[in-house]
Design a protein around this ligand. Structure first.
Ligand SMILES: NC(=O)c1ccc[n+]([C@@H]2O[C@H](COP(=O)([O-])OP(=O)(O)OC[C@H]3O[C@@H](n4cnc5c(N)ncnc54)[C@H](O)[C@@H]3O)[C@@H](O)[C@H]2O)c1
Length: 452
């Protein structure tokens, strides 16, 4: 099928880069940001794809009318406004873009936490009304506290990463095993509830997480704690949260999402009756509210659009077509060379050139463009090593890459010799190629955090 015959209906406005990229690739794009759902239903049979943010629910009825639909792309993280089971049964691909707004959510969650701890909103309000209250605005410090993250996926991991510079212990609980990493130790829910001073929710809204934070759940915490919710409003029972704020079991709350939001996230209430619990939140000095904007930044606006465009292109043409976006080498990973006596050489470099060496050589730490700690290795190998084979040279270069598998696929496709199979370790994935002179090059997709 030629891509111009693939018609995509855009139901919300997004960053122009999305439309631009899809147009450049040759898809036919139509926009309809205003028609009622029932009117869209009369023409949806004509489209292979839809791009939506949160305008309306994509339910069974809608999907039954979308007889030619091949994909639904949601320009956001969660897919709960789509009947995903039914769509999958119909073979419709579901695309979301949590990679596009996870950094925004991580930063916003941290901003809420620091603002609550330092009473910034309260102090700011007071000064504006002419009050200079220092003692009443004495803050708390994060140093030494334990932060519990429930749901350790895109958003939870991003928040934990932002906490790296603080002296806090970060625990995470998730229904999936083995998701903990260098930034958060995975523990049982009980252990999290026994230790946490701060709880941050990063779970999807599912039947299991609906109303998860209720009175029983709150009271199971050993200590009074601070609550942050950037997930979905319905993950917490607001009335129970308010009781806990009144009793002091919850010390303060940062809420980017509210139980009362409409599912489009664009409005608060259907009518103008303010529930009592919400009125309490509005009056409480230790509550910070934001209108579902944790993932809503200028940067994420563009990043979400880019991720969605890439995923739609990948769906039709495979990853190799987005080769330009995978990047090639991102840095030097290491210099490996043969030596008659590696031990003596390492000692010499340590003594005379001040290299901080261990049994493997010396590690140089630096920061990448995102500020992540990265490592480059200098290592002598025993001269009878077979590691550089089939190269006959006495050295091997190692380069850092971002997407090893995709890059190897692209290199193979363009005729480069790939040596052996990819090997995966907890400190990264490794693959090998030969340059035209037969020099072996190791490609490393690193997990630098494994070394710290
Ligand atoms: N406020 C905002 O602007 C904003 C922006 C983006 C995402 N979100 C919300 O953040 C939440 C997380 O999004 P994500 O992209 O990180 O999702 P994700 O799927 O990457 O991660 C969610 C994690 O929660 C875990 N989980 C599911 N059910 C659980 C349960 N019952 N108990 C413990 N863990 C459970 C999953 O295993 C997964 O690891 C979603 O609700 C999403 O809608 C909000």
């Amino acid at each position: 099928m030629h891509q111009s015959s693939i018609k995509i209906l855009h139901l919300d406005s997004n960053h122009p880069i999305l439309m631009q990229q899809l147009q450049d690739t040759g898809f036919t794009n139509h926009e309809d940001f205003t028609s009622a759902k029932k009117d869209i239903e009369t023409k949806i049979h004509d489209y292979q794809g839809i791009v939506i943010r949160s305008r309306f629910k994509i339910d069974k009825d809608f999907l039954d009318k979308a007889v030619n639909l091949k994909f639904i792309a949601r320009v956001g993280a969660g897919l709960e406004s789509i009947d995903t089971d039914y769509a999958s049964r119909k073979g419709i691909a579901l695309i979301a873009a949590p990679e596009g707004n996870r950094n925004a959510v991580g930063e916003h969650t941290l901003a809420m936490l620091l603002s609550l701890f330092n009473k910034l909103n309260k102090a700011d309000r007071e000064i504006r009304s002419g009050h200079w209250n220092r003692e009443a605005n004495r803050g708390h410090e994060l140093d030494g506290k334990t932060v519990g993250v429930i749901g350790y996926g895109n958003m939870g991991k991003s928040f934990a990463k932002k906490l790296r510079g603080f002296d806090v212990k970060v625990l995470c609980y998730d229904i999936l095993e083995g998701v903990g990493d260098a930034n958060a130790k995975q523990v049982s829910l009980e252990a999290l509830q026994q230790n946490a001073d701060v709880l941050s929710l990063h779970i999807p809204w599912t039947p299991q997480t609906d109303k998860m934070v209720d009175t029983d759940f709150i009271n199971t915490f050993t200590k009074p704690f601070w609550l942050l919710n950037t997930s979905r409003g319905k993950n917490a029972v607001t009335a129970d949260l308010v009781s806990a704020l009144r009793s002091g079991k919850i010390l303060g709350a940062g809420l980017d999402v509210l139980e009362y939001e409409k599912s489009s996230f664009e409005h608060l209430f259907e009518d103008h009756n303010v529930p009592e619990a919400f009125q309490y939140l509005l009056d409480a000095e230790n509550v910070l509210l934001s209108p579902h904007i944790a993932g809503w930044t200028f940067e994420s606006h563009q990043e979400l659009a880019k991720v969605i465009a890439d995923k739609i292109k990948a769906l039709y043409f495979g990853e190799s077509q987005i080769e330009n976006d995978i990047g090639r080498v991102t840095g030097i990973g290491g210099i490996f060379f043969k030596s008659k006596d590696p031990k003596a050489l390492v000692a010499w470099y340590g003594k005379h050139l001040g290299l901080k060496t261990d049994a493997y050589g010396s590690s140089f730490w630096w920061k990448d463009a995102q500020g992540n700690d990265c490592m480059t290795q200098w290592s002598p190998f025993k001269d009878d090593t077979t590691y550089f084979e089939p190269s006959e040279q006495s050295f091997m270069q190692n380069f850092r890459v971002d997407h090893l598998d995709l890059l190897l696929e692209a290199l193979k496709a363009s005729g480069v010799t790939v040596v052996g199979e990819v090997q995966r370790f907890d400190y990264g994935d490794f693959g090998w190629i030969l340059d035209p002179e037969g020099n072996k090059i190791e490609l490393w997709e690193p997990k630098d955090s494994a070394f710290q």
